[in-house]
Write a protein that binds this ligand. Structure first.
Ligand code: FNR
Length: 351
């Protein structure tokens, strides 16, 4: 019997909680980015400004809890808890794929977080292949039903190809994004899910009318690995071959900058220094998924909130040590890029 979406969501959460689902042979390459230390910063920690804006909403820090889940009661609890964290910290919050909700509208409550997060920037979520099969009105209804501010369309061809029941036909993606960007009355954010966006893809997004993109690069959670852990023998072998597939997050950021996109950096962001480096490489926000989920599973809302606080303290520390008063200044901080990252830059970041 084919597995239901709910069963799949349950097994994804279970595997992400405790199994080795992160890249092992590839990193974000953020370790190849060095700031130049400022031994004489004319700054007090308290005057460093980490506030920013995305999609018309103010954020108290340049952070997003990226979309993870929905569709089950367990997922509903995770969404509500992490949305509370986002509201308390003044950061953005993304929901997981609403595909299950389209099939069963009764599942809408598992994505509803407005009661917990009345002022938060909340992002709805759907996969590109599902979005292609829906009318614009149907897509709009999914986001409207939960009071989201914008819609994330996720791209995950690598995951789908390893997943036994995954999609196999990715044609028409650009056409779908062009239609949604033109017809939806709220912004569309395009995100990868851990394999990264190349410059060529970013250029096609811009041509499609997309203004915001999450590069979600390699180095953090690997969805190829998650699917390989769930798969039968043949798919497991294929998953093993492609376990380290993808564009490292730092390389994806450098590839996608300069095109007028508002960039979000996710995929392996694990510290405030990673957040600072992401901003210096051109990101407006950094996004985190796995570590927030794991912190929540270990210690509830308090632990997830403490993880977010640690990111902010680390970011502020990096800003003082580079003499950057605000995120705009951090975006212009001088950087030293190591050899492996420069190889990606020389290759045009996948152009
Ligand atoms: C995800 N991610 C994800 N992305 C998406 O667009 N829709 C989804 O439904 C999900 N589901 C999901 C579940 C869980 C448990 C995790 C950990 C992640 C991908 C996520 O938003 C992000 O792009 C990647 O996980 C990379 O970030 P991290 O995990 O390395 O911080």
């Amino acid at each position: 019997m084919p597995e239901s979406i709910s069963d799949r969501k349950r097994s994804h959460l279970e595997l992400c909680e405790s199994s080795p689902v992160e890249y092992a042979g590839k990193t974000t390459l953020l370790e190849e980015v060095d700031f130049v230390h400022d031994a004489l910063p004319e700054l007090a920690v308290d005057e460093v400004q980490v506030g920013t804006e995305l999609l018309g909403k103010r954020l108290r820090a340049p952070l997003l809890i990226t979309g993870m889940t929905g569709g089950t009661e367990e997922a509903a609890a995770v969404n509500r808890a992490l949305a509370r964290v986002a509201e308390a910290k003044g950061i953005a919050f993304g929901l997981g794929s609403q595909r299950a909700m389209h099939r069963s509208p009764a599942l809408a409550h598992t994505f509803e977080v407005r009661a917990e997060a009345p002022t938060t920037l909340v992002l709805a979520n759907i996969g590109i292949v599902q979005a292609a099969a829906l009318s614009t009105a149907e897509v709009e209804a999914l986001a409207r039903a939960i009071g989201a501010d914008a819609l994330c369309v996720h791209l995950n061809p690598a995951q789908e190809l390893i997943q036994a029941e995954g999609d196999r036909d990715f044609r028409g993606g650009v056409r779908t994004l062009t239609r949604l960007a033109r017809e939806l009355p709220f912004p569309v954010v395009v995100k990868e899910t851990g394999c990264g966006l190349s410059r060529r893809v970013a250029e096609r997004l811009v041509a499609a009318g997309i203004r915001t993109a999450d590069v979600s690069g390699a180095g953090g959670t690997s969805w190829v690995k998650v699917e390989a852990l769930r798969a039968d023998e043949a798919a497991r072998e294929l998953g093993g071959v492609f376990a380290d597939w993808g564009i490292p997050t730092a390389a994806a950021l450098l590839a996608c900058r300069g095109l007028g996109l508002d960039l979000i950096a996710s995929g392996g962001i694990r510290s405030g220094l990673d957040v600072a480096k992401s901003v210096a490489l051109g990101a407006r926000l950094a996004g985190v998924a796995l570590p927030v989920f794991r912190a929540y599973r270990e210690g509830g809302v308090a632990a997830a909130g403490a993880f977010v606080d640690r990111l902010i303290v680390g970011l502020r520390t990096a800003m003082v040590l580079t003499g950057a008063r605000d995120l705009e200044a951090l975006g212009h901080a001088p950087l030293v890029l190591g050899g492996r990252l420069r190889e990606w830059v020389l290759a045009g970041g996948g152009a």
